[in-house]
Design a protein around this ligand. Structure first.
Ligand SMILES: Cc1cc2nc3c(=O)[nH]c(=O)nc-3n(C[C@H](O)[C@H](O)[C@H](O)COP(=O)(O)OP(=O)(O)OC[C@H]3O[C@@H](n4cnc5c(N)ncnc54)[C@H](O)[C@@H]3O)c2cc1C
Length: 425
């Protein structure tokens, strides 16, 4: 377990090993501050930890549990594949959360949640007590949803649906692809993280191959019949990459029967496709800590109260981001960031009596199709009785002029800078 040096220096946490703030620790500090523990330092968890610490001005003791020391954003990872960003530019550390906001950053895995004792146990040993817990572990992959695929197979057929080494591996495989080779993607079934993500990826890989390997082909083997921003992507593929991209819905390929990681074969009801580079993105569910704590439903995700993101099964736990069932909101970083602020406000109100305003949520998903050709889809949402419901929405149109598409792309670059600062300080 790693604990940030600054946390020790400031005494904001006085964490001494895994038996964090035991009775003795609390006594030593006289007044016990309420404790919030956040599991997962991604778009949802990092934002929640930062807002709780920033807005409570020290009144709440915030601990963030996250195994990795550098978080690589899935958002903009497709732009890295396309050659528009470096991997380094999408990596972020937790240093400022600790030094500027006093968050106790614990680099470890949460392996169990005892909801009666209100403690989280860590892989490194010990337990962390909480008054309120935020669960934001993102997704886990259901590898065997594609027969033949597995954790081990991901080194041969990378999913790259969690960013970092998987994304770099996929990029290296594309760079090493034979001339005129085939890039085949097995797209995921609903619900999955980032609805336009697979199709932005196809655009970015096509962009790269158009110059480096112009006779290469891209095939999307999709278990779905339709996808997000379909008209916009298809128009873009036709315009920028004519003849390169083939999209096959389930009604044409007849179902994905299996993959063979050794040979690169993808067997469908219609045909066997031999891929030179295969990108297999299996079905998804909430991160396994949510399941282990009994927070998931039969579909593998966590039901929440729309106005507070409180778990339907435990009011002391808030589940945000990809792991929760957020009604009309897509599983995106923008959504997770928006939900984090609502959850942080609800938690502060409960623990410190601060004001609580009606929750408002928003999301925009930008996608880059080719150089300076960006498109977007988005909405505003409110907390309804049963779900977070869309109140109005917008989407880019086909046939837009080049200047508008360039502005849309530039907006996305500004958004990236803004959201990563909002997450990590
Ligand atoms: C290719 C691609 C492109 C995308 N593009 C966009 C985009 O342009 N815009 C957009 O808004 N969204 C985009 N997304 C979606 C976005 O990345 C996710 O929706 C977002 O990251 C979800 O945030 P989260 O906090 O729920 O999960 P994550 O950001 O995945 O964070 C979860 C964190 O929890 C940690 N964790 C997991 N289990 C544990 C545990 N047991 N203990 C401790 N820590 C744990 C993980 O290490 C991770 O850091 C994209 C996704 C992909 C795959």
């Amino acid at each position: 377990m790693g604990i940030t040096r600054r946390g020790f220096a400031k005494g904001t946490a006085a964490i001494a090993g895994a038996g964090l703030l035991t009775g003795m620790g609390r006594a030593a500090y006289g007044q016990a501050r309420p404790k919030v523990v956040v599991i997962g330092g991604g778009a949802g968890g990092a934002t929640t930890a930062r807002y709780l610490a920033k807005d409570s001005k020290g009144a709440i003791d915030v601990t963030l549990i996250e195994p990795t020391k550098a978080y690589y954003t899935c958002f903009f990872s497709n732009l890295y594949l396309g050659g528009f960003r470096s991997l380094e530019s999408i990596g972020h550390t937790y240093d400022k959360l600790a030094s500027d906001f006093g968050v106790n950053v614990v680099h470890d895995w949460a392996v169990g949640i005892d909801r009666d004792a209100k403690t989280v146990s860590l892989a490194g040993g010990g337990t962390v007590p909480y008054d309120k817990l935020v669960v934001a572990p993102g997704i886990d992959l259901i590898y065997d949803s594609v027969p033949g695929y597995s954790l081990e197979a991901a080194s041969l057929m990378p999913h790259a649906w969690k960013a970092g080494t998987q994304t770099a591996l996929l990029k290296n495989k594309i760079a090493a692809m034979r001339e005129g080779g085939t890039f085949a993607m097995v797209a995921p079934p609903n619900p999955y993280r980032c609805p336009p993500g697979p199709y932005e990826r196809i655009s970015m890989v096509a962009h790269l191959l158009k110059t480096s390997n112009p006779t290469a082909k891209l095939v999307v083997i999709d278990p779905k019949e339709a996808f997000s921003k379909q008209a916009l992507f298809m128009e873009g593929w036709e315009k920028h990459y004519p003849g390169m991209v083939e999209w096959l819905p389930a009604s044409i390929h007849g179902g994905i029967e299996s993959v063979n990681p050794e040979t690169g074969e993808i067997v469908t009801g219609l045909d066997t496709i031999k891929a030179d580079v295969a990108n297999v993105i299996p079905a998804q569910k909430a991160g396994r800590i949510a399941e282990a704590a009994g927070l998931t439903n039969e579909n593998g995700f966590c039901a929440i109260e729309p106005a507070t993101l409180q778990s339907k099964v435990d009011p002391n736990i808030h589940v945000i981001g990809d792991a929760c069932i957020a009604g009309d909101m897509p599983k995106s970083a923008f959504s997770a960031n928006s939900q984090a602020k609502v959850a942080a406000m609800a938690i502060r109100a409960d623990l410190t009596g601060s004001s609580k305003f009606p929750p408002r949520f928003s999301n925009t998903c930008w996608s880059l199709i080719a150089t300076d050709d960006g498109v977007k889809v988005g909405a505003r949402y409110e907390a309804g009785e049963d779900k977070i419901a869309s109140v109005d929405s917008f989407i880019s149109q086909t046939g837009e002029d080049a200047a508008l598409r360039k502005t849309t792309y530039e907006e996305s670059v500004g958004w990236y800078e803004g959201i990563t600062a909002d997450m990590f300080g």
